[in-house]
Structures are given as structure tokens and as C-alpha cells.
Design a binder for this molecule. Structure first.
Ligand code: ZN
Length: 302
């Protein structure tokens, strides 16, 4: 009997769709499928059917929308917790997949999975510490710190940090239901839609994007000063707007004011290498989910 090569599964479990993929040990995608996010039962069953076609699957990883309980040993480990998404609060994601597929299941947040994907296979290869910020409907940050995904108390909720809000320039009160004008409340796609009355992708006034760059530059500097990452990757739909990355790099450079005296903050060309777009494009999350499965297999007790 010839040995069959191991295959790994990944799920990018989002609020509107679950992207499922199977990859080989080098992370090359062999098959992908998309399942609309409906009820937890139907969505998880759809993922199970997708993976049951791949008999040599050895582990899967899930990068999930959240918040999710990642505390190993917790009675609700692997559950999506208090999400406002109807029907999904307190849903156990890990156990149904594990019992149906009989493989180890790794789990992390969607944004931590994207951070891991970029660190392992994309813009963060070879670095010790990397931050990944997604700027889409919401804002989130995942971080690899000294080669490990950062968890801590829960997991980073960087979208809710406070940043300066000059109300004479921007009178919008902010869209965060908890804080109003936190970073997410001022700079997410949802905040842009509510402030300007149009979706971010339809906005082309330079003043709109100057303001967006101002807020994201503060976020970049807060990340720089707290985590000291070797690189910051910025993904998500809003960040795809042409010219935004250049504006926010220039503003972050000004805000840094030369401190600390590291090349990224004193040489504009180095800043271009410090704050970058995802090199995996829209595949950072699924690449990271597959890596979560590989890691779970290697360290089942983690
Ligand atoms: Zn907030």
C-alpha cells in the first residue's frame, strides 16, 4: 500500500460566507469551496460535506469571525461567544467539525489567521514579529509575536483603540456601538458609509481619503509603539483604494517625527517596506487557516 500524502483543510469562517480549502503540506491549494453563512447547523454541515470528499485529510484549521473563546481548558473553548450575528451567539464551531471529520481542529480569529498566513507564506516570511490590520466593514488586528499568535486576555481588539478625533475637521460622532469614535468607529468601511452616505468603494473625493489616511496613520503608529512589529500588513476592502497606502505611509512618517530612529521611520523608502499590502491578496486568511490545522496536528495539546 503506497502512502498517501497528508492533506490539510482550512476554513475562513466569515459572517457572510465560509471559504473552505484543501492544501498539501507545502500549503498549495488543491481545492476550494464557498458555503454561504446561514444557520450554524447548515453552514457547518456544508463544510463537513466539502471536507468529506478528501479522505486523507489529517487536520483542519478555522479562522473565525468572533469573538471566539480561544482559552484552552475553558468549557466554551471553540465557541463563537457574544456575537450580534443572529443565531450564532454561543455556537460551538470546533466540536461538530472534529466529531464529524475525526481530525484535530485548530482555531483562531479570522484576523489572527490572516496574520499567520502572511507571516508563514506572504509579506511576513522570515520575520519574528508581524502585525496584520484589516480595514473592511470593521477593523481588526492580528499579530504574530516572536513566532506565536498573540492571544492574552482574549485576543487583540485593536479596532477599538482611541485615536485623536478633531471634531472641527470631522464632526461625525463615530459608528461604534460601544465607543462611538474609536478607530473602528471613525475609519472602518461602516463608519465611512455612515459619515459620507456612500460605500467606501464609491467615494473618490481626495478629502475623504486624506481623512482616512490620517486615522489609519495613527493606528499604524500605535501598533508601532506598542508591538514593535518588523512589518505591518494592511488588508481588507477599504485598504484597496488606490493611493490610500501611499497617503497613510506619508502621514505615519510625519507622525513618527523621527522617533524611534529606526530606518522605517526615518527613511521614506524604508517606510514603503514597513507598511505593506498583503502579498497573498485575498488568500491571507485561508492560508492562515490551513496553517492553524498544521499547527494543531503538530501540537495537539496547545
Ligand atoms: Zn469601539
Amino acid at each position: 500500500m503506497s502512502a498517501t500524502p497528508p492533506l490539510y483543510g482550512g476554513i475562513e469562517a466569515g459572517g457572510t460566507k465560509w471559504v473552505c480549502a484543501v492544501a498539501d503540506a507545502q500549503g498549495r491549494l488543491l481545492a476550494t469551496g464557498v458555503i454561504p453563512t446561514t444557520t450554524p447547523q447548515a453552514t457547518i454541515a456544508g463544510a463537513v460535506r466539502f471536507f468529506q470528499e478528501h479522505r486523507t485529510l489529517t487536520a483542519i484549521g478555522v479562522g473565525s469571525f468572533g469573538p471566539v473563546d480561544l482559552r484552552t481548558g475553558s468549557p466554551t473553548y471553540g465557541h463563537i461567544t457574544a456575537t450580534p450575528k443572529p443565531g450564532w451567539a454561543h455556537t460551538d464551531v470546533v466540536s461538530p467539525l472534529r466529531s464529524a471529520l475525526q481530525v484535530p481542529v485548530g482555531l483562531d480569529t479570522d484576523v489572527n489567521a490572516a496574520a499567520l498566513g502572511e507571516w508563514r507564506r506572504g509579506a511576513g516570511r522570515g520575520l519574528e514579529t508581524l502585525a496584520y490590520m484589516t480595514v473592511g466593514t470593521g477593523i481588526g488586528v492580528g499579530a504574530v509575536v516572536n513566532g506565536r499568535l498573540m492571544h492574552g486576555l482574549l485576543h487583540p481588539e485593536f479596532g477599538h483603540v482611541r485615536i485623536p478625533h478633531d471634531r472641527s475637521r470631522d464632526a461625525f460622532a463615530g459608528s461604534c456601538p460601544f465607543h462611538g469614535d474609536c478607530l473602528e468607529g471613525l475609519a472602518s468601511g461602516e463608519a465611512m458609509r455612515r459619515r459620507w452616505g456612500q460605500r467606501a468603494e464609491d467615494l473618490d473625493d481626495p478629502a475623504v481619503w486624506e481623512l482616512e489616511a490620517e486615522y489609519l496613520a495613527h493606528a499604524v503608529m500605535n501598533l508601532t509603539y506598542t508591538l514593535s512589529p518588523e512589518r505591518i500588513v494592511i488588508g481588507g476592502g477599504v485598504a484597496k483604494h488606490a493611493g490610500l497606502m501611499a497617503r497613510l505611509r506619508a502621514r505615519a512618517f510625519d507622525l513618527a517625527a523621527g522617533y524611534p530612529a529606526t530606518s522605517a521611520l526615518t527613511d521614506p523608502a524604508a517606510m514603503d517596506e514597513y507598511v505593506v499590502s498583503p502579498s497573498l491578496g485575498d488568500h491571507s486568511g485561508i492560508a492562515g487557516a490551513i496553517e492553524l490545522g498544521m499547527r494543531r496536528l503538530a501540537s495537539p495539546d496547545q
